[in-house]
Design a protein around this ligand. Sequence first.
Ligand code: 3PG
Length: 390
Amino acid sequence: IKRMTDLDLRGKRVLIREDLNVPLKDGEVADDTRIRASLPTIRHAMEAGAKVMLFSHLGRPTEGEYSEENSTKPVARHLSKLLGKEVPVIKDWLDGGFSLNDGDVVLFENVRFTKGEKKNVDETAQKYAALCDVYVMDAFGTAHRAEASTHGVTKFAPEACAGPLLAAELDALGKALGNPARPMVAIVGGSKVSTKLTVLDSLSTIVDQLIVGGGIANTFIKAAGHNVGKSLYEEDLVAEAQRLMAAAKAKGGEIPVPVDVVVGKNFDANEPAVVKKVNEVADDEMIFDIGPETAKQYAELLKTAGTIVWNGPVGVFEFDQFGEGTKALGLAIAESPAFSIAGGGDTLAAVAKYNIADKVSYISTGGGAFLEFLEGKKLPAVEALEARGG
Ligand code: 3PG
C-alpha cells in the first residue's frame, strides 16, 4: 500500500477521507478522540503545501438528503479550534466550483448526504476522484465499509494512498495479531455473545488466554452450570460457549469462569453492589460485574502477558459500584509491560474513565472496524488500496 507520507503533496489537490463520525451533544462535539487522532494527518498535508479537502460521514442520514442534525458544521468548528485555523464547510462540493490555495483546508458536508455514497456507485466515486490529484484513505473507523468514499474512489483517483492514522492502526493491529509476543491474552467483554461470536472464535485460535466478561461471561457462567438469576445472558448460545470452553481445554488451557461476581436486584445507578460466590446467585439477582477475587486472578494473568488485546468492559462500569472489575483489569493492563491494544466505543470510555490512555500501547479509533480486524476479516477499504499497489 502506498503511504501519504511518501508522496510529494506540494500544490496538489489532496482529498482525505477521515472518520470524523463523533458523538454530538447540544450541537457540539461530545468526544473528540477521532478528530484528535486525525490531526497529524491533516497537519502533515497542510504543512506539505497541499490543498486539503477533508470528508467524512456523520451518523446515518437518509441518503441524498441534507439534514441539519447530521451536518459536519460542529466538527468543522471543533477542528478549527484544534488547528488554530478556520476550517470552512463546503455544502455543495460534489461538482467542484470552489478554489483553494496551497496549505488551505476545508471540510465537505457529510459525505452520506450524497447519492450513491452508501451503495458505492461508480459515478459517485468518479466525481470524488475528479476533485483530487491524490486521494488519502485515513478513516480506519470506516475501513470495514465499502462505500464510495472509502472504496470506490480508490479505483478512480489519479493517486490513492493510506494516511498516517490508517497506516498506524494497521501496523499496531498487525503487530498484535500477526506476530504477537507471547503469551497473548485477549479480554472480550460487552453485553452479548451473539455480536462477538466470530471475534471469540477467531481470537480463541490465536491467543494463549481468552478472558470473557460482562453479559458475555454470564452465558459462560450458565454454560458452566451455574444459576445466573435474572442476568442478561443468551440461552441459545450456551452450547456455543460450551464448545469454546471445550476447545480451550483441548488446547491445554481454559476460558476461566468467574469465581465471584457482583450482583444487584435492579439496573440502577443507586443499586447497592453485593459480592457473591458464583454459585450463590439468587433467582432475583443480576450479575453486574466480576468479583474482586476474580479480578485479582485475571490481573495476575495479565502480568505475564506479552500481548494484550482488550475489547469490551467486564461489568456495568457506567455505575461506579459495578466498575471495579473493569477498573482492576484496566489498571493491570496499564501496569503490564505487554504490548497492549484497546478498541471499541465502550472500551475507550472505560480507558478514559480510569485514566489509562497514556499507558495502553495503542488505542484504536475503530469500533466495528476494530472488531472486524479481530475477526480476521479483510477490510474492504484496505483491499481497495492493496489492489492499487504500493
Ligand atoms: C463507526 O462509528 O463505527 C464508524 O464511523 C462507522 O459508522 P457506521 O456504522 O455508520 O458505518
